[in-house]
Design a protein around this ligand. Structure first.
Ligand SMILES: [Zn+2]
Length: 265
């Protein structure tokens, strides 16, 4: 199932169906919602994040039946982290089939360009995020310069002797978004012929924070894989921040191999 449309695919569909970009994304929401993994809620939310080049990144809510509710990834988080992992620099629009919940409004407020970010629903287009989150608390309130999706090069040192999978997890930690705690973390999931990574993403309000394993599992599922296909799982993180405990708690529920942890400074 498709979870990504590049800008040339998007422009071709716009021409073929004679509709604008947002109308096209709205028409694709049922496809995005099919990507939901919802053993608990049975409630399918689909979202599409659109970047400044008009690439479409699909997302959907991701649940785990045996993990705590707090480990759930919402559809907007799914689409944004999908875009981040594919290298998107700036999201201009979020198209989603239900009104964003409070958790997601705060998550979206962390993005570079949040002030101009538009939310589009089947019944209501062109809503600024600020109309859903007036008088918001944001990175500005903590005098932070960094924003989610910025290119970051965190000050951690690669330990000697890492293999290819652990190096991928290290690179994820090196470029994760942890300006508040400096608790850098990245995960790599090895599928033998492909390595899928996830990066940690914080928020000015601390919650909602998106842990690296959720980001990786989200991308894994959107790419058509299953956690049982993972041959090795590696977490690279700082000792502070509680990443090892949090990551293990979820991986023990969904993974079939052991999670390896490498601490960095
Ligand atoms: Zn939400």
């Amino acid at each position: 199932m498709t979870s990504f449309l590049n800008s040339s695919d998007v422009n071709q569909k716009i021409a073929d169906f004679n509709q604008d970009k947002i109308a096209l994304a709205l028409s694709l929401l049922p496809e995005a919602a099919k990507l939901a993994v919802v053993p608990v809620s049975q409630f399918h939310v689909g979202a599409i994040a659109i970047d400044e080049d008009s690439n479409f990144y699909f997302g959907a809510n991701q649940e785990c039946a045996t993990a705590s509710m707090g480990q759930t990834v919402h559809a907007e988080q799914s689409a944004i982290s999908h875009a981040w992992q594919r290298g998107a620099k700036r999201i201009t629009d979020i198209v989603v089939n239900y009104t964003p919940c409070g958790h997601c409004r705060q998550f979206l407020n962390e993005l570079r360009g949040a002030e101009e970010l538009k939310i589009h629903l089947p019944h209501s287009r062109d809503n600024l995020l600020s109309s859903y989150l007036p008088n918001s608390f944001s990175p500005k309130d903590l005098d932070m310069e960094e924003r989610l999706l910025d290119h970051l090069d965190n000050p951690i040192t690669e330990p000697a002797g890492l293999d290819k999978v652990a190096q991928a997890a290290f690179q994820a930690a090196k470029s994760c978004y942890a300006p508040y705690s400096k608790a850098y973390a990245g995960v790599a999931l090895d599928l033998s012929d492909e390595i899928i990574t996830g990066r940690y993403a914080e928020n000015a309000a601390y919650n909602p924070t998106l842990p690296p394993l959720q980001v990786a599992i989200n991308l894994l599922r959107l790419s058509g894989h299953h956690t049982k296909d993972v041959k090795r799982a590696v977490l690279v993180c700082t000792e502070h921040g509680g990443h090892q405990e949090m990551t293990n708690a979820l991986w023990e529920q969904v993974g079939e191999c052991k999670l390896e942890t490498v601490f960095v400074k």
